[in-house]
Write a protein of this length. Structure first.
Length: 127
């Protein structure tokens, strides 16, 4: 945990912002108020989509904690891969969501940019 406070402000802010998004997205639309949009997206995965929604919610919360507390850079790469994969999934299954306000395009680009920024910043401090 000591590494947490020794990070550059850029990495620290990126970690906090990314963790907040993942934890919020895991808790609110998947666990507390199962969003019809989330359920609609997951319905493409099979009949147990309500259960999958809960499992994904817990997984997203854990990933947010990993990004926040991990001393490694690889979670940022995993975040980029997840954003690209989720964007592809939404594009194929619910393309109408891509033109809505605060849509997956804008969210994913912002999260990918934060990940790249943190990854590069960590790489520079390790050199």
């Amino acid at each position: 945990m000591n590494h947490f406070f020794r990070q550059s402000p850029v990495v620290l802010v990126s970690r906090i912002a990314l963790a907040f998004v993942w934890i919020y997205q895991g808790i609110v639309p998947k666990l507390v108020c199962q969003s019809p949009i989330e359920l609609g997206l997951l319905s493409h995965l099979g009949p147990m989509f309500g259960f999958l929604c809960s499992i994904m919610g817990y997984g997203e919360m854990l990933f947010g904690v990993l990004i926040l507390l991990s001393p490694w850079r690889w979670p940022f790469l995993l975040n980029i891969a997840a954003m690209l994969g989720l964007f592809g999934f939404v594009s194929l299954t619910e393309p109408q969501l891509l033109v809505q306000p605060f849509n997956p395009v804008t969210l994913n680009v912002a999260l990918i940019a934060l990940s790249i920024t943190a990854f590069i910043s960590m790489q520079q401090t390790e050199s």
